[in-house]
Design a protein around this ligand. Structure first.
Ligand code: 2HG
Length: 553
């Protein structure tokens, strides 16, 4: 079988010095890399982080959940074929390997659905494994597949009798043969979306001991994915909740053919993935500018699946050969990630791929300032689709705006030109990215507030309104960080400004309704002017919001 004929995504080799500041480095490669959607970053040779997952205790005693992936059904769901001999053998082994009644682990939402026909497709929960037992399972599958499946597997036929490993190209050709024209059922297991909080991270964590031990610098490193989402300059630092998979990394324990299907990151965030050990992970990436084209191409080629499930791409259960995407004018790039390397995906860059054998990766999101407009597009789209958000976009936007004005105040009144303060200079001013995005959001808010009834009660939103949990509109799920509508009849139920009337059945009597505003429009306007660089506004905002005044000078 032929592998897709694609150009490679770019590869970057930072020097030790460049590698020192993770977000600065990413910003430096963005002009060359973003147009490919994904890129590979090979750390300097001195980067050798100790991996806590390699400890013997972890291999023998910690178990993790897997999910079952039917590779022959990722693209064509109507293929019902006889189970191969290998699958029969692997199923028997799995029963033996089962340690407990495996708990379902359905991360990143729901990748299970029931089609119109009643047929269920999705990644059902598989058995639990330890790293030890999964490694054996994975290795056995791969050697059985490529050496004993000679009837159906084109590569196995061409492999010399005592051949060692199939090449990545061979595995890739075989993968797409199975996805597109399966001759048998192929079922693999994936330990995907494992919460590092519950299992373990592959990076050392900051602790009292780590500051002195040799792992100390790795515990503090910006490339340690436990630190990455909240690095200074990443807007995710303004989210107080530890959102699993976004702010707290997930772990992926893979075997040959285990797959991640076409998807974009929640909120069109950047994502970074590090391969701790094992066989390569093969990626396909599409630049964010081709995201809509990809969606249209998928709908065109898999119309039945999209009719059944319009939000199919949110389920992460569907592959489509990159060659088909290419034939529809979608730019697709290929990337082979080896152990010890990072892969970065840019905002709204669709990506998919699979593992070439037993391996372990970790991934998390990040939001450098250039992500802001992409994030705004994502929440506008979510509102239109009635889709729940994972983070509060307005909390991040407002967090950045407040921090930027504080930095300007410190630079002006305290002459504190720290790196942290100076990073905000370029994104502020009349044409700065932060100013422009924030101003547009305030304008949107102003229009919505204006259309509301004047004689309703307006209350200052408590600063802790959404501190521990995100608040969302009970009708469209829009995030309520900036403003909300409540009614005396239903405590703890709120709506966004657009759905004020639908909140409850007392809709005709506005009198019982109240509005919660975090800031009134005049305050938001001061913040806009402060971002534009007007000194008087900077001082007014500092006094008003931050409790800072000239007397501190
Ligand atoms: C993602 O795109 C991950 O969600 C890749 O970074 C997942 O390694 C995987 O399977």
């Amino acid at each position: 079988a032929r592998r897709p004929n694609l150009d490679d995504a770019p590869v970057f080799y930072p020097t030790e010095e460049e590698f020192g500041d993770a977000l600065k480095y990413i910003e430096s490669i963005r002009p060359r890399a973003e147009q490919y959607g994904i890129c590979r970053i090979v750390p300097p040779p001195s980067w050798k982080p100790p991996c806590p997952l390699k400890e013997k205790n972890m291999w023998e005693n910690s178990s993790f959940a897997t999910r079952v992936q039917r590779i022959d059904k990722l693209q064509n769901r109507d293929s019902v074929r006889k189970m191969s001999n290998i699958q029969g053998q692997m199923k028997k082994k799995r029963r033996k390997g089962r340690r407990t009644g495996a708990e379902p682990s359905i991360g990143r939402g729901s990748n299970l659905y029931v089609g119109d026909s009643g047929e269920t497709f999705g990644f059902e929960p598989g058995p639990e494994f330890t790293l030890d037992t999964f490694e054996k399972y994975a290795n056995e599958f791969k050697s059985l597949y490529f050496r004993q499946n000679r009837d159906t597997c084109a590569i196995a036929n061409s492999l010399p009798q005592d051949s060692s490993e199939p090449s990545v190209d061979d595995i890739e050709g075989e993968y797409w043969r199975m996805v597109e024209k399966p001759t048998e059922e192929i079922e693999v297991l994936y330990g995907a979306d494992l919460e590092t909080g519950a299992f373990a991270s592959g990076f050392p964590k900051i602790s009292k001991e780590s500051s002195s031990a040799s792992g100390g610098c790795y515990a503090q490193s910006g490339w340690n994915l436990n630190n990455f989402p909240r690095l200074p300059g990443s807007l995710l630092s303004y989210e107080t909740c530890d959102i699993s998979g976004v702010l707290v990394p997930w772990l992926y324990i893979g075997m040959c053919f285990s797959s991640f299907c076409w998807h974009v990151e929640d909120h069109h965030l950047y994502a970074i993935n590090y391969l701790h050990w094992g066989s390569p992970k093969l990626w396909y990436g599409v630049p964010g500018t081709d995201a809509v084209k990809l969606e249209e191409a998928m709908k065109k080629h898999l119309p039945g699946l999209f009719e059944e499930q319009p939000d199919l791409l949110h389920k992460l259960i569907t592959q489509l050969n990159p060659s088909i995407l290419r034939s529809e004018g979608v730019s697709v790039y290929r990337c082979i990630q080896n152990a010890g390397e990072f892969v970065l995906t840019f905002p709204r860059a669709y990506h998919s791929g699979f593992n070439c054998g037993f391996n372990c990766a970790e991934a998390v999101n990040v939001a450098p300032i250039d992500w802001l407009p992409h994030g705004q597009i994502a929440v506008d789209l979510y509102r239109f689709q009635g889709r729940r958000t994972s983070v509060s976009h307005d909390k991040l936007l407002l967090g950045a705006a407040r921090e930027a004005v504080k930095a300007h105040w410190e630079i002006n009144s305290l002459k504190k030109n720290t790196q942290n303060n100076l990073r905000w200079i370029d994104v502020c001013g009349k044409d700065g990215l932060l100013t422009k995005t924030f101003k547009e959001r305030v304008e949107m808010e102003r229009t919505r507030r204006k259309s509301l009834c004047n004689n309703s009660r307006i209350l200052k939103m408590d600063s802790s309104f959404d501190l521990v949990c995100e608040r969302e509109c009970s009708i469209c799920l829009f995030d309520l960080h900036l403003s909300a509508v409540g009614c005396g009849c239903s405590p703890d139920r709120y709506a966004c400004l657009d759905h004020a009337k639908q909140l409850c059945s007392c809709s005709c009597s506005w009198g019982s309704k109240y509005f919660l505003f975090r800031y009134d429009i005049d305050e938001l306007n001061i913040l806009v002017e402060a971002l534009e660089g007007r000194l008087s506004a900077i001082y007014r905002w500092a006094r008003l919001d931050l409790g800072l005044s000239l007397s501190c000078n």
